[in-house]
Design a protein around this ligand. Structure first.
Ligand SMILES: [Zn+2]
Length: 261
């Protein structure tokens, strides 16, 4: 009898601990911080949603460490990178992680404008024979700038399929640069605004050497009209967020126009 009761208790305790563990996992998944992976001192990955990560690489620009955002979309079989990190070394790290750690083939890399925060690592991508996508204008500006241009070119927009995902690469018009494109990731309802969009808290409009400030607001309006369902907007630098990023961008553009007139 004693032995039987003991057995019952063991079963009850096992059940309780199993139930406890189950509850813990649910809590962790719903309330935990987003997963973050550090690949190098100057390169990390932050999970946005399952299968979609933001890569953040840092480069010292005019004696100031400057982090830049890109995206990494991973399906069951393939990955797609939106923008490379700043340098080829950082890009090698990231490509290695995708191919070796995650065991995924890289379907392509998109360059969202010709500056090094978007395609500074394109040489490393080409060495692996991975296709690179960009606006025809981006290729032209890159060549004039003495950098390696993307190879698969399009004049205004391009639909890309990656596994089960559909993406739209879209040129809304100039702003931060003559050639800045945005990327719509349909299933995730995530819009990569790149450097056309500032983050919500910055009060700096950023580098204007290739900007068309007087056309920037119209380009942002075109972007907003095309992707009104966006639930998360990822800027070129800083924290992702909602449409408040676009509001801040327009305010900074208006301020810049006022100052320059
Ligand atoms: Zn730029």
């Amino acid at each position: 009898m004693v032995r039987w009761r003991l057995q019952v208790w063991v079963v009850v305790l096992m059940w309780m601990s199993a139930a406890g563990a189950f509850t813990q996992v649910l809590v962790q998944e719903s309330a935990s911080q987003p997963a973050e992976t550090t690949l190098a001192e100057d390169l990390k990955l932050i999970e946005i949603r399952p299968g979609l990560w933001r890569h953040v690489s840092t480069f010292v620009l005019v004696s100031r460490p400057t982090p830049a955002n890109g995206l990494l979309l991973m399906t069951e079989t393939e990955a797609l990178l939106i923008d490379t990190p700043w340098t080829e070394e950082q890009t090698e790290h990231l490509l290695d992680w995708i191919e070796k750690d995650r065991g995924l083939a890289i379907a392509g890399v998109v360059a969202t404008h010709f500056h090094p925060d978007c395609m500074g690592g394109i040489g490393a991508v080409h060495r692996r024979g991975i296709p690179t996508y960009g606006l025809s204008l981006t290729a032209k500006l890159a060549r004039e700038d003495g950098s390696e241009p993307p190879k698969e070119l399009f004049p205004k927009s391009l639909e890309l399929k990656v596994g089960t995902e559909t993406l739209e690469l879209f040129y809304p018009g100039p702003g931060h640069s003559h050639d800045n494109i945005v990327v719509w990731i349909e299933d995730h309802k995530v819009l990569f605004g790149g450097c056309l969009v500032k983050n919500a808290t910055t009060n700096h409009i950023g580098y204007l050497g290739d900007a068309e400030v007087d056309r920037w607001a119209a380009s942002v309006a075109t972007m907003r009209a095309r992707f009104p369902e966006a639930r998360l907007i990822v800027p070129g630098h800083g924290q992702p967020g909602g449409w408040d990023l676009v509001d801040n961008t327009l305010a900074l553009v208006a301020q810049q126009l006022e100052e320059s007139h």
